[in-house]
Design a protein. Structure first.
Length: 270
């Protein structure tokens, strides 16, 4: 093979990361929706307190993989899985796993902002109330800390008891991030969190994602390759249900190892 021609991913061993401090490990994971084989032998290590971006064309399995990490796919009929996902070395698919507790450890932020029709304050403490917490001092601390971490405290501190629905779209998404981190998760999963936002709001959320990795491990699905380049430490490229390539974001975008990755990065498909 000419040294100027990138190999196909099928010609080399499956990709993965050699990260020693991985908080999440996906181990030969496969998933079927009925007869549809949506994820095919995916192995991936996700480093603690880094931003990992999942990129690839529509339908490649990015969101399916993201939702497999905290078992949100369990809510879909006809799901079957093989392989494993481990959080800090323990299987999330093991017998007897507390799935509700798992989702508290790995909170999800969705494509469209979805604040509850409640006050800003009540939105943030919703998860704590569900857990049975009743102490006002705990609520007050969680509200301020979470809103500060979500970079929205200064904008809403004087209207905490106003409806969250009065906020702008970008503010609502940052509020949803505050709600997601109020229960102090270890991992923050973000599925296209800027897809419904304007450029200014998108920029604020991207700045927030970069800041959040000081406290959390972040996994983000994005169709926006420029966004992945701006926020991610590690980028994983998926195609047709397979993990084709994963590595340092600069390497993926500037020196991809596989022909499929280069074709996607350069816009030849996707």
């Amino acid at each position: 093979m000419s040294p100027d021609v990138l190999p196909s991913a099928s010609e080399l061993p499956p990709p993965g990361t050699a990260t020693a401090d991985a908080v999440l490990e996906v181990d030969h994971f496969q998933l079927w929706y009925g007869q549809t084989h949506a994820l095919k032998d995916v192995s991936l290590k996700i480093a603690a307190r880094k931003v990992t971006a999942l990129i690839g064309p529509s339908g490649c399995g990015k969101s399916t993989l993201l939702r497999s990490l905290n078992r949100l796919n369990d809510l879909v009929d006809g799901i079957r899985t093989e392989g494993d996902v481990r959080l800090r070395g323990k299987s999330v698919y093991g017998r007897g796993v507390d799935v509700i507790g798992l989702r508290k450890r790995m909170s999800m932020v969705f494509q469209r902002q979805n604040p509850f029709p409640k006050s800003i304050y009540e939105n943030v403490i919703f998860g704590l109330r569900i857990d049975g917490e009743k102490r006002r001092a705990v609520f007050d601390e969680a509200v301020e800390t979470s809103l500060r971490h979500a970079a929205i405290w200064d904008e809403v501190k004087d209207r905490l008891h106003k409806s969250a629905l009065e906020l702008s779209g970008g503010q609502q998404q940052r509020l949803c991030i505050a709600r997601a981190i109020a229960t102090r998760p270890e991992v923050l999963l973000m599925d296209e969190p800027c897809s419904a936002l304007d450029p200014i709001a998108t920029s604020k959320v991207e700045d927030l994602i970069i800041d959040l990795k000081r406290h959390y491990t972040v996994v983000i699905v994005t169709h926006n390759m420029q966004q992945a380049g701006r926020v991610a430490d590690t980028t994983a490229f998926m195609y047709l249900g397979r993990l084709v390539e994963v590595g340092d974001t600069t390497q993926i975008f500037e020196r991809p190892r596989f022909a499929e990755t280069e074709a996607y990065i350069t816009g030849r498909y996707g």
